[in-house]
Design a protein around this ligand. Structure first.
Ligand SMILES: NC(=O)c1ccc[n+]([C@@H]2O[C@H](COP(=O)([O-])OP(=O)(O)OC[C@H]3O[C@@H](n4cnc5c(N)ncnc54)[C@H](O)[C@@H]3O)[C@@H](O)[C@H]2O)c1
Length: 369
């Protein structure tokens, strides 16, 4: 049962990875609850599938209170946040208590933000139930909700005190969601290089998306990589930005598809566009990196095909660019496991990489150039 520590001094916490480990969860939660009351907030689908399982696990927390949030990205909203505030305050939560988020990235983002802002900050833990959550969203304390002007525009950095990643929960996760989580694994494969690429290629080519032993072997270096960057640069002003590899394009694709592509799916396409940009900007060559390009293509072959509204996607790119200086920076691969932050690339180059990638995948019409 590997425990990877996110080193943040007095706010350090473990990310626990494994399978068949639910028997240990009550003790872990007791440790972090430290005598306080426990407030569990579930994703509705998780509640429907696992209410009895968690009822048994949590039976020693006699005073616990529970709340269920509808599943899906739409729940990262002010309305759902308000619902959680109403619940926590009606239950008279105090700052000695513990909030537990139980679900995927939507729930950890939303509940983490509720924990960050209720009574000026309450400790929280995550029981992550999606692959994307386990390798990325649950770790690192980026919490928040969406605004009609864009994704994740309201939020806070608020670190959890425990992240629990039991691969057994993935058994019920639909195949398309596993593929979406694989988008994040693909990102780490490019950033880390080495054996991570061969593990990833084996995973995707083998076609058994529920091979938990292989998934865990990829989760460990991925989580370690993220934990190190978070420890080094908690608020994403420097090295942590490397984790944005593929994300600027990915967000534009998510937006251009009218949110029909899931986060990790759009990210996988975004990674393809970033590889193309690296090539045409003369930063990434060919050779050893070809094994990565072919892993990217194998994953893309498994994605559903949705039309992407190109003007909308391009507009999202330029809004990103205007909104934050940091977004003007692209993460590109110089080689396997050799990401660099590149600034001041021509807008034309960036647009062309996105357009050509979408066109090759048949998601938009032929470009005019
Ligand atoms: N905070 C961060 O650092 C960070 C990083 C990456 C992504 N994110 C955010 O994460 C969100 C995406 O997270 P996600 O992909 O986990 O999506 P999600 O939380 O919406 O979960 C996907 C779907 O799977 C269902 N589900 C969850 N666990 C299940 C299980 N074990 N069995 C069956 N069904 C299950 C959910 O009900 C939902 O319908 C996005 O909002 C994205 O912005 C945040």
């Amino acid at each position: 049962m590997p425990r990877i520590r996110v080193n943040l001094g007095g706010r350090s916490y473990p990310v626990v990875i494994g399978s068949d480990m639910s028997g240990r969860l009550p003790l872990e939660l007791e440790r972090v609850a430290n005598g306080g009351r426990v407030f569990v907030i579930y994703d509705a689908q998780i509640y429907a599938l696992y209410a009895r399982h968690f009822g048994r696990l949590f039976k020693s927390f006699k005073n616990r209170a529970e709340f269920v949030v509808p599943s899906g990205e739409k729940s990262k909203s002010i309305t759902q946040l308000q619902g959680i505030y109403d619940f926590l305050l009606a239950e008279k939560i105090t700052r000695s208590d513990l909030v537990v988020a139980c679900g995927g990235g939507v729930i950890s983002d939303l509940v983490g933000y509720a924990a960050a802002t209720t009574l000026r900050g309450i400790r929280w833990a995550v029981i992550s139930t999606t692959l994307l959550g386990m390798v990325d969203a649950a770790i690192g304390g980026k919490t928040g909700i969406n605004h009609r002007q864009g994704k994740n525009l309201l939020g806070a950095f608020w670190q959890p005190c425990l992240v629990w990643c039991d691969a057994d929960y993935l058994l019920t996760l639909p195949k398309r969601q596993i593929i979406s989580g694989s988008g994040e694994l693909l990102k780490y494969a490019g950033l880390i290089g080495g054996s991570m690429i061969s593990l990833f290629s084996r995973f995707i080519e083998k076609g058994d998306l529920y091979d938990f032993s292989l998934i865990q072997r990829m989760m460990i270096p991925s989580v370690r990589y993220k934990a190190n960057l978070v420890a080094m640069d908690e608020t994403d002003m420097g090295r942590r930005m490397l984790l944005n590899f593929g994300h600027t394009f990915g967000h534009a694709i998510e937006h251009g598809s009218g949110m029909r592509y899931y986060h990790g799916e759009a990210l996988a396409i975004g990674i393809k566009a970033a590889c193309r940009l690296g090539n045409i900007a003369g930063i990434s060559g060919t050779g050893a990196i070809d094994s990565y390009y072919s892993a990217v293509d194998t994953l893309l072959a498994d994605l559903p095909r949705f039309r992407v509204n190109l003007p909308k996607a391009l507009q999202a790119l330029s809004v990103d660019k205007k909104r934050s200086q940091m977004r003007q920076k692209f993460i590109l691969l110089q080689g396997l496991g050799k990401p660099i932050i590149v600034q001041n690339l021509g807008l034309n180059l960036i647009r062309r990489s996105l357009e050509r990638t979408l066109c090759d995948l048949g998601l938009v019409g032929e470009p005019n150039d």
